[in-house]
Design a protein around this ligand. Structure first.
Ligand code: ZN
Length: 1021
């Protein structure tokens, strides 16, 4: 009772306020009989919707217009009609018809794809808003960068007055998820013509921006395949093996590195329009999973305001659709919001709101019966009206769900525009304040970086992300915090390998994490030279920079047991460059100038001589140089040397037969420091080859090798793209290639060898009249056959005759299983869990050409191994002896370190057991040599180049559980087979444009393919 009085007073108080403080409550949809209906279209909507509850009052009719054409004008039927999937160009044609017919629609070209197809964005809003589009955009730009209004909240409120927010919707980034283009055509029509109050309020209070097709290259291939399927009833059709030019599903993992055109184009549109929401449409969950709320762990760098917005919008969405009686709508689910690699996350880390729908698609426009799995139709606390276990499902159903979800969201957003604009401003402001509130104040990339090329690439990624970069014009000093005296364990079985714990290492941020044996470290200072780059955290897009440059820690005990994607990505580590996280705010006072175009400075010193030296620092520019001067003679120094007063590392180039002018141009283009000398240095050398490279793909999946193709194209390393079927047909690969690279496939050996099952019909993937968009990357009459055992034999012959085969993860498994790597085996994984993490490696053999240009402690990207063992004996039990741990002694007399003594006889000498580390092969014994059938000759034994770090140092970023299973094991092995080599990687050195630091392990192998034995120490026996 008492509470009621208090409540009454509060209510009375709030009534006195001129503006309610609560968010405005949107009015429910009421059908207005005065609004004319397109009867034919509406009839079709009902016909193609398979159950009355698979639609809503918002979309079960289509408003009529005398002047504006419906999607039928292009499609010939309604949006979501069975058997109907438009090409991107048809979608654009319709959007441009809308633009012509309605003053409420405008179409913008936002860029082109790798295969030169157009991407567009369609704006729909009222005439009044259209007329003020530019002015509105200028206001949003100011809210997006509160520095320009001196962070003045009063001025911001004035700006918000009369400013309409922008809601950006993106469709079909995933090509087999086919529904959104038609849903978005119809949505654009509704927003342009419908005169219901519900729609008018969206039109008047919001700008809806639509990119109907994100993956345009993949869309056209998908439509080809779907139409082929329709033209060949009763036959199996092609799996969509290529989407974009480079990658498939991973196109939605590019929002960190921004290496694909589609990411770049959407990101640029985002930064021009300053939308408050980026809402990406997918189709893999029944019937509408608004994964906005998703599940933990949430990304650690987002503004908490955003997490609240996710909750508000997501639950509102579910609530509205539940009221419509639509089953299967939910927002909490198994998607964790940790990785910022998703396209929608552009908004999350640029002060907007990221959203994503998974609706239910049939991968095409067939109407079919769909049976769900029990976990899909189960009723849970967050899914009170779950999907049906079995139902006939149509593309129209999917379009109904997509449009209903979007319309309720747009309506809610329009009704609460002021709130979300204020949040947008607040998030932008707090991003600027970040430098002095939560910090860090800045990241510094030192001006004396030994890898300026990689540093430049990293800074360019940040610039693409809209991050401002400044460069110090004078040296400056900052205080770095004291180190923790007792570091917490980083992995579950920390230190169990019993290795020397003082084996400290350099992090790439330059903050040595050696334990500090005194346990009482004090703050230190560090002085950075002029020319150092400063990424200030007092700028609107500080969060994306912080997220990319910082470290990630995913606890092995996290309740989330199935990370949705990579758990770690620390860019400076993976680029192998230094970035120092600085908390000291005085860094913001360092004298600096803005840098618009970051470039590594190239020059030729002492230009008169005709022989050139280039230090090897593992910058990608070196391999570009090798292929740029294809006919030049280039040698690699096998040892470090001094020349012209400078130090040159192992592998440094000695270039002949290139003119001074050409070298000068190349140095400037590639940002290389070149030293001209009159005489060659006195150091052992071997030629560095512009090797003939084949890049090998399967017809099962091309997803992961696509990142390799992209890296090679960007580095300007020419290659021939061949398939496993080509290898099966070619018994003399050596005639055409020096190096065959088989990037990871993501499939097991049997799938790579056997391909797809040979029952059923052939599956052609080629450019024909029927499928004009297929075959741009590679062609085959039948996708089904794999490498075959004959293909394996051809690869084996290729290596035996002197070729180099580079294998990675599962393809290394194949090579090892097939016996192409004498002495290398794979240990089965037990409880190890490394989910897309950044892992520390240690140098084992710095004299191997594969290691040229590298110092120790390289961070590599790893996803559960494989776990390599090496042996000097074929069929041997890895490196280690049977019988357990030889470091412990049996029960007997004496202390733990004493020998036992049998009683009643004279003592016998016990031979010393050599200590064998996990990355080493046990020395060959006399017992084994007595009849050494299986003993690998010393010069042909596996050579370990890099190994994984000790257990306690393994984790750099992400998740490592039970790391001791893989700790210390070989990571990169060079195996010899007759005259050739197989290099096996346990890490993936080329991944999503994020691992520039490890690219050169591959490039070194290629350029030194016929000299990989350089520097090898051969065992005595
Ligand atoms: Zn998807």
């Amino acid at each position: 009772m008492k509470n009621c009085v208090v409540l009454a007073l509060v209510v009375a108080g709030s009534l006195l306020q001129p503006f309610p403080l609560r968010a405005q409550q949107p009015q429910p949809f009421v059908r207005d009989p005065k609004v004319a209906i397109d009867e034919d279209y509406t009839k079709k909507i009902r016909e193609y919707t398979t159950q009355p509850f698979f639609t809503s009052p918002l979309v079960d009719y289509l408003p009529a217009s005398k002047t504006v054409p419906t999607p039928k004008a292009v499609l010939g039927d309604i949006a979501g009609a069975p058997g109907l999937l438009p090409y991107a160009e048809e979608v654009y044609q319709y959007m441009r018809m809308l633009e012509k017919a309605s003053p409420r629609v405008k179409v913008y070209s936002i860029g082109r794809t790798e295969e030169n197809r157009e991407m567009i964005a369609v704006a729909v809003t009222s005439e009044a808003n259209m007329a003020r589009l530019q002015q509105n955009g200028e206001r949003l730009a100011k809210l997006a960068d509160p520095r320009v209004i001196a962070m003045d909240d009063g001025q911001a409120e004035k700006l918000m007055e009369g400013t309409v927010p922008v809601y950006y919707i993106t469709g079909t980034i995933h090509s087999p998820e086919t529904g959104s283009p038609t849903a978005l055509m119809e949505l654009a029509y509704r927003l342009a013509v419908d005169d219901h109050e519900y729609i008018r309020s969206i039109r008047n209070n919001l700008i809806t921006l639509i990119t109907p097709v994100v993956e345009v290259d993949g869309r056209d291939k998908m439509v080809d395949v779907y139409r082929w399927h329709l033209a060949h009833p009763g036959r199996n059709w092609q799996p969509l093996v290529y989407w974009g030019k480079y990658v498939a599903h991973d196109n939605n993992r590019d929002a960190m590195g921004v290496t694909l055109k589609l990411t770049e184009n959407v990101l640029r549109a985002y930064m021009q329009w300053h939308p408050q929401v980026l809402h990406d449409l997918h189709e893999s969950v029944p019937y509408l999973y608004d994964n906005t709320v998703g599940d933990g762990p949430y990304n650690a760098w987002i503004d908490p305001i955003l997490a609240d917005e996710w909750e508000m919008i997501g639950w509102h969405n579910v609530s509205e659709m539940t009221k419509f009686g639509m089953p299967g709508v939910f927002t909490h689910g198994n998607f964790d919001t940790w990785s910022p690699g998703y396209l929608m996350f552009i908004a999350a880390l640029h002060n907007g709101i990221s959203r994503l729908y998974e609706t239910f698609g049939n991968a095409g426009a067939d109407t079919v019966e769909r049976t769900l799995s029990p976990n899909e139709y189960a009723r849970t606390w967050y899914k009170q009206n779950p999907p049906l276990a079995k139902t006939v499902w149509s593309q129209r159903n999917n379009n109904n769900y997509q449009q209903t979800g979007l319309l309720t969201s747009l309506h809610y957003f329009a009704a609460n525009g002021r709130l979300f604009l204020r949040n947008f401003y607040l998030k932008s402001k707090r991003s600027v304040l970040k430098a002095r509130t939560e910090g860090p104040a800045a990241y510094v990339l030192p001006g004396d970086e030994s890898r300026p090329g990689a540093q430049t690439e990293l800074l360019r990624v940040l610039q693409k992300q809209g991050v401002e970069i400044v460069r110090a014009t004078a040296e400056f000093t900052v205080t770095l915090p004291a180190k923790k005296s007792t570091p917490r364990p980083r992995t579950t079985d920390d230190g169990r390998d019993g290795q020397d714990r003082r084996d400290g290492q350099d992090r790439r941020d330059g903050q040595d994490r050696r334990d500090g044996q005194d346990g009482r470290d004090k703050p230190t200072t560090r002085t950075f030279p002029a020319g150092s780059y400063i990424v200030r955290m007092d700028q609107p897009y500080s969060r994306i920079a912080d997220s990319l440059l910082d470290y990630q820690y995913w606890s092995p005990n996290d309740p989330q047991r199935t990370p949705y994607d990579d758990t770690g990505w620390t860019f400076p580590e993976l680029f192998n460059v230094q970035a120092v996280r600085v908390l000291d705010a005085t860094v913001l006072d360092a004298p600096a100038e803005k840098v618009s175009d970051v470039r590594a400075k190239g020059s030729v010193i002492a230009q008169s001589a005709t022989m050139f030296l280039v230090n090897h620092n593992a910058d990608v520019a070196l391999v570009t140089l090798r292929y740029r001067f294809k006919d030049a003679a280039i040698d690699a120094a096998e040892e470090p040397f001094d020349a012209a007063g400078r130090k040159f590392g192992r592998g440094s180039f000695i270039v002949k037969n290139v003119s001074s002018a050409d070298m000068q141009t190349a140095a400037a283009d590639l940002g290389l420091q070149v030293t001209a000398v009159p005489l060659p240095p006195s150091v052992k050398t071997h030629p560095v080859r512009a090797a003939r490279v084949a890049l090998l793909h399967t017809w099962v999946t091309t997803q992961t090798e696509g990142w390799w193709r992209q890296a090679f194209d960007l580095a300007k390393v020419p290659f021939t793209y061949i398939s496993t079927q080509d290898v099966a047909k070619n018994d003399n690969l050596n005639a055409t290639f020096d190096v065959v690279i088989f990037p990871p496939v993501g499939r097991s050996t049997d799938v790579i060898v056997n391909g797809m099952p040979m029952w059923g019909n052939p599956l052609p993937w080629k450019k024909t009249g029927e499928t004009p968009n297929l075959g741009s990357e590679d062609e085959t009459d039948d996708m089904r056959p794999g490498l075959g055992w004959v293909g394996v034999a051809h690869l084996q012959d290729f290596v035996r005759r002197g070729g180099l085969l580079i294998t990675v993860m599962d393809t290394a498994d194949l090579a090892i299983t097939a016996g192409l790597t004498p002495g290398v085996t794979i240990a089965p994984r037990q409880r190890l869990r490394i989910v897309g993490s950044v892992i520390r490696s240690k140098m084992v053999d710095a004299t191997s050409p594969i290691a040229y240009g590298y110092t120790d402690n390289l961070a590599v990207w790893c996803d559960n191994g494989p776990i390599f063992n090496v042996s000097n004996v074929l069929g041997g039990r890895a490196g280690r002896r049977l019988g357990g741990d030889e470091t412990t002694r049996p029960t007997g007399r004496g202390t733990a370190d004493d020998p036992d003594v049998p009683q009643g006889r004279a003592g016998a000498e016990i031979p010393d057991e050599p200590r064998v580390e996990a990355w080493q092969a046990a020395p060959v014994t006399d017992e084994q040599l007595r009849n050494g059938i299986n003993v690998i000759p010393p010069q042909a034994r596996p050579r370990v180049v890099l190994r994984y770090a000790d257990s306690r140092d393994l984790l750099v970023s992400g998740l490592v559980e039970n790391g001791s299973e893989i700790a210390q094991h070989a990571a990169v092995v060079d195996a010899t087979l007759d005259k050739g080599h197989v290099v096996a990687f346990s890490n993936n050195p080329i991944w999503r444009g994020e691992t520039l630091g490890s690219y050169f392990l591959v490039f070194n192998a290629i350029m030194n393919f016929d000299a990989l034995d350089a520097g090898r120490k051969v065992d005595e026996k």
